[in-house]
Design a protein around this ligand. Structure first.
Ligand code: ATP
Ligand code: MG
Length: 488
């Protein structure tokens, strides 16, 4: 059963029960008041008859009595069913029936004790309900007869019916109001709940982008808000999991292929070296070809090494290192490129900063990757600034949530490293993808797209964070944060 139906039917049920109770109490009250009225007004009427008839009864004037009885009955025809007059011995002296009198009326009790002035009883006469009021006819204190007046029950029922019809209209009205109220509740509560239920079902079926639109400031609105937040988190986490899965698959694939390719590459290089030795040195063309072959084999070998690094970054040999020195070491290897490329190098190293725990070789590899990227971004020359300094993580330029990250507490002192170039920058759209393996904007054969993804993996394994900020045509800044060697 739908919630709307449940609400409406509960309303109707409650109202119906209340109405029935109410109707019965009204019936009881009317019935009671009618009986009271009979006991007062109609008993007086009967006693009045008794007083008027006492002489005729004593003198046995049945005919005169009958005459008067008919007249009296006629006056209140709609209420009075019968009037019976009995004599002292209980014989029926006179009555208002034209036809034969019902037998049970002859058996009515006509004896009254001294203190009884009337008797009221309900009887069924000729299959209808009658209130019988009996009064004694007394001369002085002696009972000389009795009078019975039958009041029609229908008359009382009619009064009840008259009183109840507006009540029934009222009940109907309340039921209509209840249905409308139920529909209103349904619109304000049930509909949003159904929306949420449908949304949950959709998310369950895999449509993680599902959101609910409920614009209300109450708890339901808040629930919808929380639901949407939950859905967003779910979507993000699922995307991350998918990404992580992809990385793992790519890593396995890459290391498999790299292993297969590494040894043949070595053999080819040996072969080339051997052939170079057996060809006469004056054959310049051959030497050039051999050099070209060796360069490309080295290039291929570098790529293979990158792939292996990408999949094997978990083997680190950590020791305390000065990060500025590591940057300088890496710079030595690529300095020549900078000079040729007309790139100025500015160093802003803070003196005396704590060491960090690092795998020297891996971190140098990271810096070489980052410097190379920067050089590639400044084909017409530019400036590369290298910074290292100590700061509280809470005061750092880190863009993510500083209170909730997996690596640092806000109060922690961290070693910050910045590598900033004045190159072409990265578009907003590409910025989201640069850490993905194999994402590159460099032409075929020029970049593998693994540099930054390897960098990110290595930094994570160092318990650090890497962040990239960039502005098109202005430059790019890579920021790194490391734990200090003493704290971790
Ligand atoms: N300093 C930078 N300035 C501008 N763009 C950059 C910078 N660093 C990285 N990028 C962009 O990010 C992409 C990915 O970089 P990444 O180092 O992962 O791969 P790659 O340099 O293309 O190839 P690889 O490093 O494997 O030879 C680059 O192709 C480039 O578009
Ligand atoms: Mg690169």
């Amino acid at each position: 059963m739908r919630l709307t139906h449940k609400i409406i039917s509960s309303f109707i049920l409650v109202i119906a029960v209340l109405s029935i109770v109410n109707i019965f109490s009204v019936i009881y009250a009317i019935n009671h008041s009618q009986e009271e009225k009979l006991k007062t007004e109609e008993v007086l009427f009967a006693q009045d008859l008794a007083d008027r008839f006492v002489r005729d009864i004593v003198e046995d004037k049945a005919e005169t009595l009958t005459d008067t009885l008919f007249k009296d009955k006629k006056l209140r025809e709609e209420m009075i069913e019968y009037i019976l007059v009995f004599d002292k011995k209980g014989y029926l002296l006179s009555n208002t029936y034209l036809e034969a009198i019902p037998k049970q009326l002859l058996k009515l009790n006509n004896q009254f004790s001294r203190k009884d002035n009337f008797r009221l009883q309900k009887i069924i006469n000729r299959r209808v309900f009658v209130y019988d009021i009996a009064v004694p006819v007394r001369e002085g204190i002696e009972q000389v007869g009795a009078i019975h007046i039958g009041f029609k029950g229908v008359y009382i029922l009619k009064t009840i019916k008259e009183a109840l019809s507006p009540a029934l209209v009222g009940v109907l009205f309340i039921i209509v109001v209840a249905v409308l109220f139920g529909l209103f509740i349904s619109k304000t509560i049930v509909n949003p709940i159904s929306k949420l239920r449908d949304a949950v079902a959709k998310i369950g079926a895999g449509s993680l982008e599902t959101r609910v639109v409920i614009k209300s400031a109450d708890e339901i609105g808040a629930l919808a808000g929380s639901f949407n937040k939950m859905a967003s988190r779910l979507e993000e986490t699922t995307a991350l999991m998918v990404q992580a899965g992809k990385f793992e698959a790519i890593g396995k694939l890459a290391s498999g292929v790299a292993h297969e390719v590494k040894n043949p590459l070595g053999i080819i290089l040996q072969g080339v070296n051997y052939l170079e030795g057996v060809i006469p040195p004056e054959n310049k063309d051959a030497s050039e070809v051999f050099q070209l072959m060796k360069d490309n084999i080295v290039r291929a070998d570098n790529i293979v090494r990158m792939l292996l690094d990408f999949s094997r970054v978990d083997e680190l040999y950590m020791q305390p290192e000065n990060v500025s020195i590591l940057m300088d070491n890496s710079l030595l290897l690529v300095k020549q490129i900078a000079r040729l490329g007309n790139i100025e190098i500015v160093k802003e190293y803070q003196a005396g900063i704590p060491k960090i725990m690092a795998d020297k070789g891996k971190l140098e590899q990271v810096f070489i990757n980052l410097f190379t990227n920067a050089f590639h971004a400044m084909p017409g020359g530019g400036r590369l600034t290298l910074r290292s300094y100590l700061c509280r993580f809470a005061d750092s330029a880190y863009k993510g949530d500083k209170t909730k990250n997996d690596y640092f507490s806000p109060d922690e002192e961290v070693v910050a490293v910045e590598i900033e170039d004045t190159g072409q920058g990265i578009s907003e759209e590409n910025l989201k993808k640069v850490f993905e393996p194999f994402f590159t904007t460099k032409g075929p054969g020029k970049g593998t797209g693994l540099g930054l993804s390897v960098t990110s993996n290595i930094i994570k394994l160092h318990g650090g964070i890497v962040e990239i900020t960039s502005q098109l045509a202005k430059g790019t800044k890579i920021s790194l944060w490391f734990k200090t060697a003493k704290s971790g």
